[in-house]
Design a protein around this ligand. Structure first.
Ligand SMILES: Nc1ncnc2c1ncn2[C@@H]1O[C@H](COP(=O)(O)OP(=O)(O)OP(=O)(O)O)[C@@H](O)[C@H]1O
Ligand SMILES: [Mg+2]
Length: 297
């Protein structure tokens, strides 16, 4: 263990991770990841397939052992957390098991029974848009509706800390918007949320801070509007010239660039002024991380 050498976890944080490492046999999935999540914060873990997001989250949930490093969730080492600690967590795994032969309402009522202060089951069912399906057996629901059951099971116990591993995979656009409202409501109540998602607009909408991991290493961490640095946010002016050639220019003064273009060549074709989105910034960060990994190899 390297835990003794790393800075101590922050006891005030909801989640505190130091030099977290995970080996699966000879393969290292996490190479020493460190971050904190403050109480009440919504924090997104972003990264390509295989980056180590689920590995990290499942270690924090107490589902997987770590190889080295330290982790604390609500003041407890997840490896040692007992029933009363688990009752303070809500967990939505990336993939849920086979649904039993029970209805939506039965399943939620059953789960609610495990927690000391559960939410009202009908309200939870309504919040995930399943009121019309409350008496349907879960195995007969479509994939997206089943996923809503997973999300409902995650927060029916009124958790202090909610782990959501790709919760909205399979949701239609309307359900995703409703989910965002649900998360904002939980956040207003003070719930700490750790989310993974491949939908960067979702991460931008919901997160206070994001961390990007690639190849088991933390690439960057920060507020949604700061991650990647100020340079990554410089607007791009893009247009085509009279012979159809595409041009683009990064500039702090897009209006001046456009005015100069207009004065020089007349109205530019297919003119766009693009403010890099979280997705654009994320893609650059991940591309740089892949290039670094190749150099290191
Ligand atoms: N049980 C396991 N045994 C061996 N290797 C594993 C195991 N679980 C995960 N891995 C490997 O560890 C790496 C990280 O996997 P992980 O599931 O944490 O990625 P992820 O970031 O959640 O990806 P995704 O976006 O696809 O869900 C991958 O290379 C994966 O193949
Ligand atoms: Mg995953």
């Amino acid at each position: 263990m390297t835990a003794d050498e790393s800075p101590a976890p922050d006891p005030a944080a909801a989640v505190s991770v130091r030099d977290l490492r995970k080996d699966y046999g000879s393969f290292t999935a996490l190479h020493g990841v460190s971050f904190d999540i403050a109480k009440g914060e919504t924090f997104s873990l972003l990264g390509p397939n295989g980056a180590g997001k689920s590995t990290t989250i499942e270690i924090l949930e107490g589902y997987r052992d770590r190889t080295a490093g330290s982790a604390q969730v609500l003041g407890m080492d997840p490896h040692r957390g007992g029933v009363s600690w688990k009752a303070r967590l809500g967990i939505v795994l990336q993939s849920s098991g086979e649904p039993g032969n029970v209805t939506v309402h039965e399943q939620l009522a059953h789960f609610a029974g495990f927690y000391p202060h559960p939410r009202d089951v009908d309200e939870v069912i309504a919040a995930v848009g399943l009121t019309d399906n409350a008496k349907t057996r879960i195995k007969n629901l479509s994939g997206g509706l089943r996923r809503r059951v997973d999300v409902a099971l995650g927060f029916v116990g009124r958790p202090e800390m909610l782990f959501l591993d790709e919760p909205t995979t399979g949701f239609d656009p309307e359900a995703r918007r409703e989910f965002w409202e649900l998360i904002r409501g939980l956040k207003r109540e003070g719930t700490t949320i750790l989310l993974t998602t491949h939908y960067l607009d979702e991460a931008a909408q919901l997160s206070d801070r994001v961390a990007v991991i690639a190849n088991g290493r933390l690439v960057d961490i920060g507020a949604v509007h700061e991650i990647g640095g100020a340079d990554a946010r410089i607007p791009i002016v893009r247009w085509r010239d009279a012979i159809g050639q595409q041009h683009e220019e990064r500039t702090e003064h897009p209006a001046a660039t456009v005015a100069a273009l207009l004065a020089r060549d007349g109205e530019p074709l297919d003119l766009e002024v693009i403010r890099p989105s979280l997705e654009d910034i994320y893609l650059e960060l991940v591309k740089d991380a892949d290039a670094d990994a190749e150099v290191a190899a």
